[in-house]
Design a protein around this ligand. Structure first.
Ligand code: FES
Ligand SMILES: [Fe+2]
Length: 418
């Protein structure tokens, strides 16, 4: 249980709030690069800031104030040029540093045009593994962490976005919550499919560890032992707002205090023998969270999570909760945020930040599935593991995978006959 003041500290993300300032110190995934192919301009609301993301004709990315500095028209309805984005109202041209390069009428008719005061907010954007990351904090920006899976070859990658109507922190608490797998995904999932509920193997033992890039949770369930990778390796709640499960990442990116963009990046290695496989583009798609009747979609794993997150309310009221021993990881996570916020108030740099370009090149994280993803297994072996077998046959994480993404996946894996 937390006081309202402490809950506000964890959940408010506007500029100038303690958490808002902390999160701005880390690169945040905001889009898939492939989203900008059909239309090079995308509106982005990020930690309460109204921005426009674009790719100009020279291939550079920009993330600047959505409103034109002239008379505030919406830059989303402008167009991109060689070196920036032009407002469609009176043609002012802005660049990725937020500078106004041209004011067409003034440049033509006014002998001394002034662009003073016309610079807008602008944030650096970097592409990595098909994702676009933005940095909204003070300069100099830290290095963009290149997590090891981003360097893996011979895999099919895809990016899935979902709009989640609640605060980011309750989504992130789910990254350090092993017991919910047993109930939400196993027992409830089984019940939703008409099967037996409450039959899933029980959690017998939990352990939570802290490291530079977050927390590792470990577990033993009925039928497992301390020799299993779930105990010897575990899974990662990635600092500050990510989750890493061995073959995919999820990030909970705050849109504002009451909305979150769920950004997930998936890697499926092609079966042994299908190499070399080079993916031309990483597809990005948006997963709907509600059906046409306004009810939550419950068929897929992350959709189920979203039901839990949004069900806690727009901003979970942590003055009314009752934490137990299953929630030790959540308490650890909260305490680390409080400690980092305090350290920042004393002028210290928050943890987990990478300042050396070398160190950022390929950062390994605890991973239960490293050999599967790097070495690969023959197609026939997928059938020996129920989870892998199912992974080939259907995309279980998010509802709504477009048919063209499925087709590209099937072709990459060489499983047209399945
Ligand atoms: S409002 Fe954008 S150019 Fe006038
Ligand atoms: Fe989950």
């Amino acid at each position: 249980m937390l006081t309202k003041a402490r809950n506000d500290m964890l959940t408010k993300v506007g500029r100038g709030t303690p958490m808002g300032e902390l999160l701005r110190r880390y690169w945040q995934p905001i889009a898939g690069a492939s989203e900008l192919e059909a239309n090079p301009i995308k509106p982005v609301r990020l930690m309460g800031e109204e921005l426009v993301l674009y790719r100009d004709l020279s291939g550079g990315y920009g993330l600047i104030d959505r409103h034109c500095p002239h008379r505030r028209a919406d830059m989303v309805y402008g167009w991109v040029e060689e070196s920036g984005i032009r407002c469609s109202y009176h043609g002012w041209l802005m660049d990725a540093a937020g500078r106004c390069l041209e004011q067409p009428y003034e440049d033509t008719a006014n002998p001394k045009p002034s662009k003073a005061g016309c610079t807008v907010a602008a944030y650096p954007v970097k592409e990595c593994a098909g994702l676009l990351f933005a940095y909204l904090g003070p300069q100099p920006a830290p290095e963009l962490p290149v997590w090891e899976p981003f360097t893996w070859a011979n895999g099919f990658r895809e990016i899935v976005l979902a709009d989640v109507p609640c605060n980011w922190f309750q989504c992130q608490e789910n990254s350090c919550d092993p017991v919910h797998f047993e109930w939400m995904h196993d027992n409830w999932g089984s019940r939703l499919r008409g099967g037996d509920a409450n039959a899933a193997p029980k959690h017998l033992k939990l352990k939570f560890e802290e490291f530079e890039h977050g927390f590792v949770y470990k577990r033993v369930r009925e039928g497992q032992s301390e020799q299993d990778r779930y105990w010897t390796v575990g899974r990662v709640a990635l600092w500050p707002n990510g989750f890493y499960l061995g073959s995919h990442f999820e990030w909970r990116v705050p849109i504002d205090d009451e909305n979150t963009l769920s950004v997930a990046w998936f890697f499926f290695r092609v079966p042994k023998g299908r190499e070399p496989y080079v993916q031309e583009r990483v597809p990005t798609w948006v997963s709907p969270v509600m059906d046409e009747h306004g009810r939550w979609i419950t068929t897929h794993v992350i959709n189920q999570d979203i039901v839990a997150w949004a069900g806690q309310g727009r901003i979970a009221d942590r003055t009314k909760e009752n934490l137990r021993s299953s929630d030790i990881g959540i308490t650890m996570m909260r305490n680390r945020f409080f400690a980092e916020i305090e350290a920042m108030a004393e002028g210290k740099e928050p943890g987990g930040m990478i300042r050396s370009a070398n160190a950022a090149q390929c950062i390994a994280l605890p991973n239960m599935a490293r050999e599967l993803n790097t070495e690969g297994i023959p197609l026939a072996d997928f059938d020996k593991d129920p989870i892998l077998r199912q992974r080939l046959r259907e995309f279980r994480h998010h509802y709504g995978q477009p048919p063209e993404v499925r087709r590209a996946f099937v072709e990459a894996m060489g499983i047209a006959g399945l």
